[in-house]
Write a protein that binds this ligand. Structure first.
Ligand code: GLU
Length: 278
């Protein structure tokens, strides 16, 4: 392996970290160490309604307990909204975005009515100008969505969009998997995909190492990289850990947290071994 190697672990402080996070963080950390590269911790805290200082503090405590160290200062997305806004303004000026006033439920209903009932089919349209003006004047909240049709036109189709996945090799990106994705949420002003591609570029990430659950996200993010003319890192999507019941660890199932493990006397060495790290 020659050349720079910069990877990152990018948790959101919306709950305590669990084994799945430990696996992801250790995978990235060990890869950086083996390559003589750099490991970056990034806090993805754009959603101020769900992020909490105690979860934020616990990320640092848990990762230090695991034996990781990282570069400082740590980038927090909430402190860089201007970076995301600039990108949004640029995309909007190129006619690639439209305002979406739909509620979550309306979107879900539209998708359910569509022939394949999948996100893939979700394409919105800007509202007729007079209706949009009326809703704006009434102060109705809206999200900014990326128009796949406009993006395809701008790029002359998606055929040239590929990325390299370390296990799959060269992958043809299918950004339509995500439908017309939201790039700026109603409540937050930016959304996950946009913040991630901008940060990965600003932080000069060469290797994005994250779970297989984000494979589809990579297809969408590849399109954003093309539209924003950002470099394309290499990708490694690692398998997802499953618990004794065969289900993957997830925040929403309240998987046992690292701090709970620690409290019942599990050591970092025990956990590393359990997860297959030396
Ligand atoms: N913040 C995301 C999460 O906690 C991960 C983003 C990424 O690795 O691209 O799931």
């Amino acid at each position: 392996m020659t050349g720079a190697f910069v990877t990152r672990f990018a948790p959101s402080p919306t709950w305590y970290l669990h084994r799945g996070h430990a696996f992801s963080a250790l995978t990235a950390f060990d890869a950086a160490r083996e390559a003589g590269g750099r490991f970056i911790l990034r806090i993805e805290d754009i959603d101020r309604t769900r992020c909490r200082p105690e979860f934020d503090a616990a990320i640092f405590a848990d990762l230090a307990w695991l034996g990781l160290d990282w570069e400082t200062p740590v980038r927090r997305q909430s402190q860089h909204m201007d970076d995301y806004q600039r990108a949004l303004d640029g995309l909007a000026a190129r006619g690639l975005l439209y305002r979406c006033f739909r509620t979550r439920r309306e979107v879900a209903e539209e998708i359910a009515r569509a022939p394949h009932g999948a996100m893939e089919t979700f394409r919105g349209q800007p509202l007729p100008a007079d209706e949009e003006a009326r809703r704006l004047a009434a102060g109705e909240p809206f999200a900014w969505r990326l128009s796949l049709d406009a993006a395809a036109q701008a790029l002359g189709g998606f055929g040239a969009l590929t990325f390299t996945d370390e296990t799959r090799g060269r992958v043809q990106a299918r950004p339509e998997l995500g439908g017309d994705v939201v790039l700026a949420r109603k409540d937050v002003g930016v959304a996950y995909h946009l913040a991630v591609v901008i940060d990965d570029a600003l932080q000069e990430i060469t290797h994005v190492i994250r779970g297989e659950d984000l494979f589809e996200a990579t297809h969408v993010q590849r399109l954003l990289q093309a539209l924003l003319r950002l470099p394309v890192p290499l990708y490694r999507h690692h398998h997802l850990l499953t618990g004794a019941d065969g289900r993957r660890y997830a925040k929403r199932d309240r998987a046992e947290t690292l701090r709970e493990l620690r409290a019942r006397g599990v050591t970092a060495a025990d956990l590393r071994q359990e997860l297959g790290f030396r």
